[in-house]
Design a protein around this ligand. Structure first.
Ligand code: ADP
Length: 401
């Protein structure tokens, strides 16, 4: 069974074609600069490539080109699109409307678009891509949507509500939604499998650390709390996002700088975080290099992230009344051995003890990095959101037969 996975942004359309018989990637790529000019970069499993400028006025033309490179020319991998059994789409915001992976209908696309107010950067482009896909993919091919927020819909009210007037929730749907759900679900299940345990018996803190970072308490396979909130701005300090701050600081800074709500949103989302604190870069590798050179603000930004992760691990252990495992994933979590070592240092009270030797230099591999006598296991678990979207899509399509 072949599944096409789509991750659409406002000006891009990333894709992966997977063979679900062995879960291998047949081809992947990105249609970029939609609405500007257009470019496609496409690579097949055996190294054939397409890398050309195109004209992509809308997502529809990008989809047409995608069908073209998949089925025609030197880097084609399909005779026709009929070989694709289903298309799975990543959707950022499902709010309280979608708590699971769902089959696409016209009504579902409209509902996703209606949620655009809660995720302005993402949901409208997702809807555009879904309409475009419908035009281009054979009508008989099912489409499926997988939501970043769905995994967190199991959070109890006391975890997802804010201490605002209740009407903010009732009228404007302001509450914690949480994000990266596809990743947290994938890695927590992969960890349970690696530990040889039933996920129902495990209390896990899942640390997804990348340009955007979130930490989730997974109890018995369910998300019971997570660090991101109403939007992906909340939680720990990130590349360009500030993470959790006192809301009064927002109104104070906006009035001091004379910023409108949308300018203030840019300030918090695009100019803050590692970039804002260090004044150097949003990228962890640049920051580490500067910290090695002794740059004080780069050192500080790194220390802030480490300190905040520690606090989340401690607080989630408290609310779960225990902890069986901590996992690290995402670009930083999978690759930054010094961050993992710093986070896990002086955590003996919680039963966390790293095997510093195993941890050192460990990058991007599924691996236990805690010491044999550590009460809590610590793991690196590479994430693979596309694979989970493809698995979900396959399962839903098969359940319809
Ligand atoms: P996104 O959230 O956009 O998916 P990623 O999960 O790819 O991002 O993470 C990007 C971050 O991971 C960047 O800050 C980058 O510096 C960091 N990173 C990637 N590789 C390494 C590495 N080898 N060592 C340290 N940090 C790394």
């Amino acid at each position: 069974m072949k599944i096409l996975v789509i991750n659409a942004g406002s000006s891009s359309l990333k894709y992966q074609l997977l063979d679900m018989d062995d879960e291998s990637v047949i081809a992947k790529g990105n249609c970029d600069r939609i609405g500007i000019d257009g470019h496609i970069k496409h690579t097949t499993f055996d190294g054939r490539t397409v890398d050309v400028d195109c004209t992509f006025p809308t997502h529809t033309e990008a989809f047409e080109k995608l069908v073209d490179v998949l089925t025609k020319g030197d880097a084609s991998v399909l005779k026709s699109m009929d070989e694709i059994s289903a298309v799975g789409h990543r959707i950022v915001q499902g709010a309280e409307v979608f708590d699971r992976t769902t089959l696409v209908t016209d009504e579902v696309i409209k509902q996703i678009d209606d949620l655009a107010e809660l995720a302005p950067v993402h949901n409208h482009p997702h809807a555009l891509a879904l309409w475009a896909c419908k035009k281009v993919i054979p009508e008989t091919t099912p489409q499926v949507v997988v939501f970043d927020t769905a995994f967190h819909q199991t959070m109890p009210e006391k975890a997802f509500m804010y201490g605002l007037p209740y009407e903010c929730y009732e009228k404007f749907h302001v509450r914690k939604y949480g994000f990266h759900g596809t990743s947290h679900r994938f890695v927590s299940q992969a960890l349970a499998d690696a530990m040889g345990k039933d996920i129902k018996d495990l209390k896990i803190v899942s640390c997804h650390l990348g340009n955007g970072s979130s930490i989730t308490a997974v109890e018995g396979g369910k998300s019971i709390d997570t660090s991101m909130g109403f939007t992906p701005l909340d939680g720990v300090i990130m590349g360009t996002r500030c993470g959790a701050i006192d809301a009064s600081a927002v109104t104070f800074v906006a009035s001091k700088l004379g910023l409108s709500p949308s300018e203030m949103s840019d300030y918090l989302n695009k100019k803050s975080g590692f970039l804002g604190v260090s004044g150097i870069s949003s990228d962890n590798r640049d920051l580490s290099a500067a910290a090695h050179e002794g740059d004080k603000r780069a050192i500080l930004a790194g220390e802030m992230l480490r300190y905040e992760i520690k606090k989340y691990i401690g607080s989630y252990a408290a609310v779960m009344n225990g902890l069986d495992a901590v996992l690290f994933t995402g670009g930083i979590g999978e690759n930054s051995d010094d961050l993992r070592a710093d986070v896990c240092r002086d955590m003996e009270y919680l039963g966390i003890k790293l095997d510093e030797k195993v941890n050192e230099g460990m990058r991007g591999k599924l691996m236990k990095i805690s010491a044999p006598d550590s009460k809590v296991e610590v793991w690196v678990v590479p994430t693979n959101e596309e694979l989970l979207i493809a698995r979900d899509t396959k399962a839903l399509v098969e359940s319809m037969k």
